[in-house]
Design a protein around this ligand. Structure first.
Ligand code: DAH
Length: 339
């Protein structure tokens, strides 16, 4: 019996050594130590042994069981460690590899142009002002000296919220709000969205953007207006650009003018871009009407000022040679990626 036990011990050690994985070890445990295992079978035969032999053999059998168990446990640890080492090797990260570049977006062409315009005027000491897009009829029309029968007030041109409230059709109402709130000297620009009941086409949109300017102080003249806007034009379109002022009419300025710049494509000679004119209209301007000053609480016998307004889309279209305003709003990546 003793020999049998020794044979089992030897055989079990050999099997354990050969085991490749945890499953093999489990099988070995069942085959040797399980209910029907080889060692168990031998122990069953103990009842046939003599009284003297029994404890001796019993002790040996227990030792063998303990040693097989311990060897199985040790082998498990070794196998698990090996598996972990292989896993770590396979998962190794090369921290020296260059990282993937994240896809960064960039500014919309309208924002690029607006930021440029803002920084030109801020460089001349202007502050940025804001006003509401849902505006009182009073600020959008009446306080700007726009008479009751003016076509801009027609329902076909303006979105009315109620009789007294409109979606502002221009940024000019910000002039009035600022003059009511601030004492001169005033030097502001006011960019923002405006709304007109226009049919969408290549040059019209019911929502678009304007930028208003207002300067009020003592002794402000048309010369100041021309000087400031000429600097603006050359900063935005280049030193070679000339400006000219054509008489015009706006209800809130007197005198009023439209400013053209010499065509920056043909240098004023006339080309398809400027439709043979040599000049391109870019904004409206004028000396603030005394009645507008008065209605806003500023004494026109002491103060004077100038104002101007431009469409940002138009400025951006001119700068980039874009011929359809809808491109700004459609968010087509093929368009946006070009800026
Ligand atoms: N608000 C005018 C428009 O929408 C633009 C304008 C013209 C604004 C002359 C001014 C200005 O401040 O002086 O057509």
């Amino acid at each position: 019996m003793k020999n049998k036990l020794e044979a089992i011990r030897k055989y079990a050690s050999q099997k354990i050594e050969e085991a490749m994985n945890l499953n093999d070890l489990n099988d070995i445990r069942v085959n040797f130590l399980g209910k029907k295992g080889e060692l168990t079978q031998v122990l069953r035969g103990m009842k046939d042994l003599s009284k003297e032999e029994r404890p001796v053999i019993g002790q040996i059998a227990n030792e063998i069981r303990d040693s097989i168990e311990k060897r199985i446990e040790d082998a498990k640890t070794v196998i698990a460690k090996k598996a972990r080492e292989i896993q770590i090797q396979q998962e190794v990260i090369d921290v020296t590899l260059p990282s993937k570049k994240p896809a960064l977006g960039h500014q919309h062409p309208m924002s690029i142009v607006l930021d440029d315009i803002k920084s030109i005027f801020m460089g001349m000491g202007y502050q940025i002002a804001e006003g509401p897009e849902v505006e009182k009829d009073y600020y959008n029309f009446e306080a700007l000296n726009i008479p009751e029968n003016h076509p801009a007030k027609d329902e076909q041109d303006t979105f009315y919220i109620s009789k007294d409230i409109v979606l502002r059709t221009q940024t000019s109402p910000v002039q009035v709000r600022i003059m009511e709130q601030q004492k001169p000297p005033i030097r502001i620009i006011a960019p923002g969205r405006v709304y007109r009941s226009d049919e969408v086409d290549a040059t019209h949109s019911p929502v678009f953007n304007q930028l208003e300017g207002l300067v009020i102080d003592k002794n402000i003249t048309m010369a100041d207006l021309k000087g400031a806007l000429a600097v603006f034009a050359s900063e935005l379109y280049g030193d070679n650009v000339k400006v000219r002022f054509r008489p015009h009419h706006f209800p809130f300025t007197e005198p009023s003018a439209e400013m053209d710049i010499s065509c920056f494509k043909c240098n004023g000679k006339g080309c398809s871009f400027c439709k043979g004119e040599g000049w391109i209209e870019i904004l409206g301007c004028g000396m603030v009407h005394p009645r507008v000053l008065e209605m806003s609480g500023i004494d026109p016998t002491i103060y004077s000022g100038f104002a101007f307004g431009m469409g940002i889309e138009r400025i951006a279209m001119l700068r980039y040679g874009i011929d359809d305003i809808r491109l700004f709003y459609e968010n087509d990546m093929r368009f946006l990626k070009q800026f």
